[in-house]
Every structure is written in structure tokens, then in C-alpha cells.
Design a protein around this ligand. Structure first.
Ligand SMILES: Nc1ncnc2c1ncn2[C@@H]1O[C@H](COP(=O)(O)OP(=O)(O)OP(=O)(O)O)[C@@H](O)[C@H]1O
Length: 576
């Protein structure tokens, strides 16, 4: 068994009660959750057939937590005692089992990505109107309203398109994603039902509590009773646009009786130089100053470099050349190329897309999700074994096989699969064979290492909770970070938190980039560096015009990886 530091070891001894774990980035909250599960199981406080439920926000977060739980608990205990689900998937199962309790049909059609947008379009809404309607509906459904109350509320607001599309949804007996959570909240408000779940689950774990909506918190509280473990960091709250309310959630958590509060302030993730950036961004946000657990283990103490370019093409070349040079030096490296918003990465994505020098994963494209790829590959293999099929028959088989392979209540995976198939059909229409298009998706296949070697292209929000050996924060420009829509102090603070999340994904080094001209709709448009550029520049350690020289400086010695616990070996691609 790996030796844990005393503050983590203590988690094994806490009995059945509510626990709140608060810590800045990289201090081991996910591992702490796994230790909490282990403590509850070892002490016999949760005993089979009872299980512990762990709820996550996304499939990616679920993969992360699953990997950590399997390492900490071992496969046998993990399989016997843990249920790990994302909120939508869990809510879908509650709905299927208990919808009748609140007078609804358990057979309702499960949510389909894009349905709301297309339905609004078919009702005649233009894209601006559709966006408005979607946002009104999302907000109204954050309350535990019945369908009738939703309709009344929309009618009282005069939200015509929202009202029409909601009537259409009800007439088709279908659910949209927010309906799952709303109905789950309503079902669990029925004491007999929530008591049933509390009997089945001896405890509930949640990672990233700062991003909960009050509705999700209600669900967690109904399920967890007096044995919830909530881990998070208010300084990383970046989901207010989706209804997350860190202030209200923190207040309600503080009001819980008999809560054990646990805090950590040492980073297991990042090098001293990366932490210098993290501390400089986080200080004004109230983040306690972070230090590295073993600073001497990081080659050169890590690296931070800032580079300005004239245009996006030049920036993309530099980032690509740096990644190539790093991957040549150590093919096990993971490199996150993170932008505040997807569209700012367009040129960079194009530069990376066609390379076969190292694996590339576009995170916003579900076709690159390891879970989706696993299913795609299995189905392609079946098709190849069948042999003698024309391309159209192969496609039909692939589509039906992949959709059938997903559990119908795993609505997020189903939505990912549908989008992935759409993407692949585009590739195939462009002349690539079905086999080549699927095999072309090269990502990590190690389930215990959700972040495989190679380049990972993503935005700040999907990167939450993840980590990479190197992070390139691209597009550090005013209007992008902070986003041009952020006007008041509260929104600006959330943008700063977003920058904190981006920078703190790095283990060893950070490259920050900005350009003076971005590609606008009508040609190049001048932009200035972000108001926070100086913070990054102030922490910069290296300036190299040639990315290969930077890669030479940034190459860690192998001992640097010894900062990770022995238990971490399987999830740290640089450990060798
Ligand atoms: N006790 C420990 N010993 C060695 N390494 C550890 C320990 N605890 C955590 N780590 C490692 O530190 C890294 C960061 O941990 P983790 O992802 O749990 O941090 P976090 O607090 O959840 O971060 P974030 O808030 O950014 O999501 C991981 O690689 C993890 O394996």
C-alpha cells in the first residue's frame, strides 16, 4: 500500500458523516475522495450489498475518478462497492425507475443532443431567438417545477418560442437534458424514494462541488443524507453560465450540521515555476499560496515561457513545432493545448489535425473520446470479420452496432456517439474509408490513463479537473480572456478563475501565447494582450525564438516523475 501523507491518511479514519474537502488545484482532492471511499469500506461502515455512489459532471470526469478509485481500492472492491455515474446518467436511471411516482411516463424518449435547437428552428426561431429561448428554458428548469409549472412560468414571461417548444416536447413525451435533473430532483423529494436510495447507497461522493447547481446539490443531499463527501475549490468555479452557483452552494454546505472540513495546500501536481504562475493568478482570488511537495524533483524547477506572434498561423506553427520536439524527446508526454473558447483554436487545430507524428485528441469532438473509440473499434472489427460488404452496408452496421452498444440511460455517451457518427460520416463522404476514419482516431487506450500521450486540444471548461505534463495556453488576449462579455466585477473574477484553471492543469511547464492580429470574419483584426498577460510574463523563465530550443530546456529528467506517488504510476504517462 502506498504511504499517504498524514492529512490524507486521516481520511481513512473518518467515520460516517459529512465531509467537505477544500483545496486549490493539484492538491489531490480526487485522490482524497478515493481514500474516503476506501476508509468507509475498510471500516465496514459501508458494507456490500450497500455501495458508495460517486457523481461527476461529465464522462471525462467519470473516467478520471474511476481510474483513481480503481488504483486506490483495487478492482475487486471497486467493482463490488462503487457506482460511478455522471449526473445525467444517474438522473435517467432514477427517472426510468420512478417517473410514475410523480405522474410521468417512465417510457419517455431520452434526451437527444441538438433536439431543442432543431425544434426551435422548425418553429421559425432564428439563431438569436433560439439561443434566448434555450437560455430561458434552462433557467426555468433549474427549479423543481412540474411540466405545468414550467409552462405557466414561460407564459408569464411572454417567452413565446420557449413556450411553443416546451409544448412540443411534452406532446412528444420526450425529455431534454435539464428535464432529467428537474424530474430527478422532484422524484427524490418524495421521502419514500430517497430513503430507498439512501438504503442502497451508504454514502455519496462528489468531485468539484464548486460547479454544482443548487438543483444538483438537492439531488446529492437527498441521496447522501448525513454521509456526503464533497470535494472542490471555490476558486475554480467556472460554470455559472450553466446555472452553477458557488456562493449559494458554499453557503448551504456551510450550514450542514456535523461537517468535518479538510483542507490541503501543497501541490502534488505542479513544478515550482508553474506554481509561481498559479499563485500569481490565484492570490487576488483568495487562493492560499501553493508550494510543491517536492520542489527539488522538478528539472530546472519547471518552465514558464510567454511568446507573442503577429498572427495565428505563426502561433500555430510554434505550438506545433514545440509539441513535435517534445514528443520526439519523450513520446510519453501529454501536452494540453488550451484556449478560452474553441473558435480561437481553429488555426492551431488545423495545424495538428493531419499529423501522424504523435496522437492528437480534439476534446470537443466526441469522436475522440476514449469510450466512444472503444465501441467504434469493436464494431469496425466485427464488420471486417463479416467481410464482403459494400461501404453503405458497412456504415449501416456501424451505426446500428454503435448505438445499440450504449446503455440507453447513458444519455451523455449516447449523445457523444451520435455526434461522433455524424463526424465520421462527414469524413467518409470526403473519401476516407470507414476503417481508416476510425483507425485514424488515435488516443490512449489505457483505461487507467484517461489522459494518454500526445497533444490534447481543448477549451478551459472541458479541461476542468484534468492535468497534462505541459500546457500551452493559447490566445491570452483581451476579449478572449477575460471574455468580451464579462463586464462586471463578478464576471471578471470568474474569467480570472478560468485562467487559473487553464494554467493549473500543467505539471511541468507552461507556454502562453498571444497574437497581435486574429483571423476575423473580414480579415485580420488587431487585438491586444490580456490584462493578465503581465502576470504570465512576470513568472516567465525562458524566452526562445526557436521552439526546439525551448523543448530542450523543457525536457525533464526522469526523476522528476518521482513526485508522483507509487499509486500514480499508471495514470502518469511520463512515469517510466
Ligand atoms: N498523496 C499523494 N502523493 C503523491 N501524489 C499525489 C498525492 N495526492 C495526489 N497526488 C497526485 O497529484 C496530482 C493532482 O491530484 P488531483 O487531480 O487529485 O488534484 P485536485 O486537487 O483534484 O486538482 P484540481 O482541483 O485541479 O482538479 C495527481 O497526479 C495525483 O495523482
Amino acid at each position: 500500500m502506498p504511504a499517504y501523507p498524514p492529512e490524507k491518511e486521516a481520511l481513512l479514519e473518518i467515520g460516517k458523516r459529512n465531509v467537505v474537502i477544500v483545496a486549490p488545484p493539484g492538491c489531490g482532492k480526487t485522490e482524497a475522495l478515493a481514500l474516503r471511499a476506501k476508509g468507509l469500506i475498510q471500516s465496514g461502515e459501508v458494507r456490500a450489498p450497500q455501495r458508495i455512489l460517486a457523481l461527476t459532471f461529465s464522462n471525462r470526469a467519470r473516467d478520471n475518478l474511476n481510474a483513481r478509485l480503481r488504483i486506490t481500492l483495487g478492482d475487486a472492491l471497486y467493482l463490488r462497492c462503487m457506482t460511478v455515474s455522471n449526473f445525467h446518467g444517474f438522473a435517467a436511471r432514477v427517472y426510468r425507475a420512478h417517473a410514475a411516482t410523480i405522474g410521468l411516463s417512465p417510457e419517455s424518449v431520452m434526451p437527444e443532443k441538438g433536439w431543442l435547437g432543431s425544434a426551435l428552428q422548425s418553429l421559425g426561431a432564428n439563431s438569436k431567438m433560439a439561443r434566448q429561448a434555450e437560455s430561458i428554458i434552462r433557467e426555468v428548469k433549474l427549479k423543481p417545477f412540474s411540466d405545468e409549472q414550467v409552462l405557466e412560468s414561460l407564459a408569464s414571461m411572454g417567452a413565446d418560442y420557449a413556450l411553443q417548444v416546451e409544448r412540443l416536447r411534452i406532446s412528444e413525451d420526450r425529455l431534454d437534458f435539464p428535464d432529467l435533473l428537474r424530474h430527478c430532483q422532484r422524484i427524490l423529494a418524495v421521502e419514500a424514494v430517497s430513503a430507498l436510495y439512501r438504503g442502497h447507497f451508504g454514502g455519496v461522493l462528489v468531485d468539484e462541488f464548486q460547479d454544482l447547481t443548487e438543483q444538483q446539490l438537492d439531488i446529492v443531499m437527498a441521496l447522501g443524507g448525513d454521509n456526503m463527501t464533497l470535494a472542490g475549490d471555490p476558486a475554480q468555479a467556472i460554470y455559472s453560465f450553466a446555472g452553477a452557483d458557488v456562493e449559494a452552494v458554499s453557503r448551504r454546505i456551510a450550514e450542514l450540521s456535523d461537517v468535518k472540513r479538510v483542507e490541503f495546500t501543497q501541490s502534488y501536481r505542479s513544478s515550482p515555476h508553474v506554481l509561481k504562475v498559479v499563485n500569481a493568478i490565484g492570490g487576488p482570488l483568495g487562493v492560499p499560496s501553493l508550494s510543491s511537495v517536492e520542489p527539488e524533483k522538478w528539472f530546472n524547477g519547471g518552465v514558464v515561457s510567454c511568446r507573442k506572434f503577429v498572427g495565428e498561423a505563426e502561433e500555430a506553427d510554434y505550438v506545433f513545432d514545440l509539441c513535435s520536439a517534445l514528443m520526439v524527446k519523450d513520446p510519453k508526454l501529454s501536452i494540453g493545448v488550451i484556449s478560452r473558447v474553441n473558435y480561437r483554436r481553429g488555426t492551431v487545430d488545423n495545424r495538428f489535425r493531419s499529423t501522424d507524428l504523435f496522437p492528437v485528441r480534439l476534446w470537443e469532438n466526441p469522436a475522440y473520446s476514449p469510450e466512444v473509440i472503444k465501441i467504434l473499434r469493436r464494431e469496425v472489427q466485427k464488420i471486417s470479420l463479416a467481410g464482403g460488404l459494400d461501404e453503405a452496408s458497412k456504415w449501416d452496421l456501424l451505426e446500428s452496432g454503435c448505438l445499440a452498444a450504449v446503455e440507453p440511460t447513458d444519455v451523455d455517451l449516447l449523445a457523444d456517439m451520435q455526434q461522433a457518427l455524424e463526424f465520421l460520416s462527414g469524413e467518409i463522404a470526403g473519401g476516407i474509408t470507414l476503417e481508416a476514419s476510425v483507425l485514424g482516431l488515435r488516443v490512449s487506450e489505457n483505461e487507467l490513463a484517461p489522459i494518454g500521450p500526445g497533444a490534447h486540444l481543448l477549451n478551459a471548461h472541458v479541461g476542468k479537473g484534468q492535468q497534462f505534463d505541459w500546457v500551452c495556453v493559447v490566445g491570452v488576449e483581451e476579449g478572449l480572456i477575460p471574455d468580451f462579455r464579462a463586464k462586471d466585477a463578478k464576471s471578471i473574477a470568474e474569467e480570472r478563475r478560468t485562467l487559473l484553471v487553464m494554467a493549473s492543469r500543467a505539471k511541468y511547464g507552461i507556454l502562453a501565447t498571444s497574437v497581435s492580429h486574429v483571423n476575423g470574419l473580414y480579415g485580420p483584426r488587431m487585438v491586444t494582450v490580456s490584462r493578465w498577460w503581465e502576470i504570465l510574463e512576470g513568472a516567465s523563465t525562458s524566452q526562445y525564438a526557436n521552439p526546439r530550443d525551448l523543448a530542450n530546456v523543457m525536457t525533464p529528467n526522469k526523476e522528476a516523475d518521482a513526485v508522483e506517488s507509487p499509486a500514480d504510476v499508471a495514470v502518469n504517462p511520463t512515469s517510466g
